[in-house]
Design a protein around this ligand. Structure first.
Ligand SMILES: [Zn+2]
Length: 411
């Protein structure tokens, strides 16, 4: 109300002055300047079968004007995220393949050189450095709703819990047809909310689901496709802890107690695997990367969804506390089976969507709104007082003229 009454008064003053006057003054902007619209990254890249950079070579420089700069920032470690312990290979018969490796993942390249290459996974996705590609085809999950009438094999392989998937499940929207082979999970230690492999803007989530597919147009099996460039397509689903129990994840988690030790298997009735994914699949990141365990083949076309799936804290604890990485006593809990983020190097991460939220958070938008309102009010007040002052001065001048004129008449 104050704003509008001031506005009316200023208009009235200005009208009284006959609209002949205006004032200018020098000052600063009272509201922050909106950022310039981002420059287009040059001709848009349309990925197709041969266009994605080879998985074994760095991405070629993009033509056209320079686009956004791709920089790698070392992710800041989450406070509750200890260094993962990792499966080491090659395995020796009869020896557990998961151990508390004293040297960590840094020593993988010694036995598996590709683990030290320049297009490794996972990565920390910096959303202000991704390239929006409106031509990225939507990903379509075929056969996910009813994968099979046959039971699915659930297996504790000592590194993770793995569910076998039938080839009736496949992906469309990628350069070739990729059929499903298996899905598995990554998670942290008991009580930790940092167990995912991929991170977004330096933030890990509680766990991550990977659904592994291979190029069935070109290869006959997962093992044949695994070392080949873009032989694999993996979906990465970040999982966070929510309020409610997720009934779909129960199709896996409720069977963990049947496969507590390494190499144990059980059967799971078929279920809608598509419901393990977040509700909106249209927002995703796409990049060329690798397997996240030795031999770290750089053969994976990664799709990491921006939206997250949710499970309850109880379900996360079930995942963190049920499985062992060893076949017998003394048992080692199977935990922290994630790899640390790897350097992006020269690779480009494409996004299927524009990150509106990356410009301003809700709080920043609110602050901006309040700032603009206060700024307008201050400006209006300033104009009001200046107008008043000038009007007063003009009235004073008129009075002086009348007084002088009267004196002359009397004389
Ligand atoms: Zn994985």
């Amino acid at each position: 109300m104050l704003f509008f009454s001031l506005l009316l008064e200023v208009i009235w003053i200005l009208a009284a002055e006959g609209g002949q006057q205006h004032w200018t003054y020098e000052g600063e902007r009272t509201a922050p300047r909106a950022p310039a619209a981002p420059l287009p990254p040059g001709p848009l890249h349309l990925p197709s079968a041969g266009e994605f950079p080879s998985a074994s070579a760095p991405a070629p420089p993009r033509s056209g004007p320079p686009g956004p700069k791709f920089t790698w920032r070392t992710p800041s470690p989450s406070s509750d995220r200890p260094a993962p312990y990792v499966p080491m290979g090659p395995r020796k018969p009869g020896v557990s393949s998961v151990s508390l490796c004293p040297h960590g993942q840094d020593h993988w390249p010694a036995s598996h050189p590709e683990c030290g290459s320049n297009a490794q996974s996972p990565i920390d996705i910096q959303t202000d450095s991704v390239t929006f590609d409106p031509e990225l085809p939507a990903l379509q999950l075929q056969g996910y709703d009813q994968p099979s009438t046959e039971p699915l094999d659930l297996h504790n392989n000592g590194h993770t819990v793995q569910l076998s998937l039938p080839p009736t499940m496949y992906l469309e929207g990628l350069p070739r047809k990729y059929v499903a082979a298996q899905l598995h999970l990554h998670w942290g230690e008991t009580g930790s909310l940092g167990g995912s492999e991929h991170q977004i803007n330096g933030e890990a989530t509680a766990a991550e689901l990977h659904i592994v597919h291979y190029d069935s147009d070109s290869y006959d099996s997962l093992s044949e496709a695994a070392p080949k460039p873009q032989g694999l397509a993996v979906l990465g689903i970040l999982i966070e802890v929510g309020e409610a129990k997720n009934p779909v994840y129960e199709h896996i988690l409720s069977h963990l107690h049947e496969i507590r030790h390494k190499d144990q298997k059980t059967s799971v009735p078929p279920f809608n695997v598509g419901e393990l994914l977040p509700p909106q699949l249209n927002q995703f990141f796409r990049y060329n990367g690798s397997l996240t365990t030795p031999p770290c083949y750089q053969s994976v076309l990664w799709t990491v969804f921006n939206r997250r799936a949710q499970i309850s804290m109880g379900q996360l604890e079930e995942l963190q506390e049920t499985l062992f990485s060893t076949e017998e006593e003394p048992s080692k809990l199977l935990v922290r089976n994630y790899r640390a983020p790897q350097p992006l190097n020269q690779r480009t991460v494409f996004a299927s969507f524009i990150q509106v939220g990356s410009l301003y958070t809700t709080g920043e938008m609110l602050s901006l709104g309040v700032g603009i309102l206060v700024g307008c009010l201050c400006l209006l007040l300033a104009v009001y007082f200046i107008a008043r002052k000038i009007r007063k001065k003009r009235l004073g001048n008129r009075k002086t003229v009348v007084f002088t004129s009267a004196q002359t008449t009397e004389a």
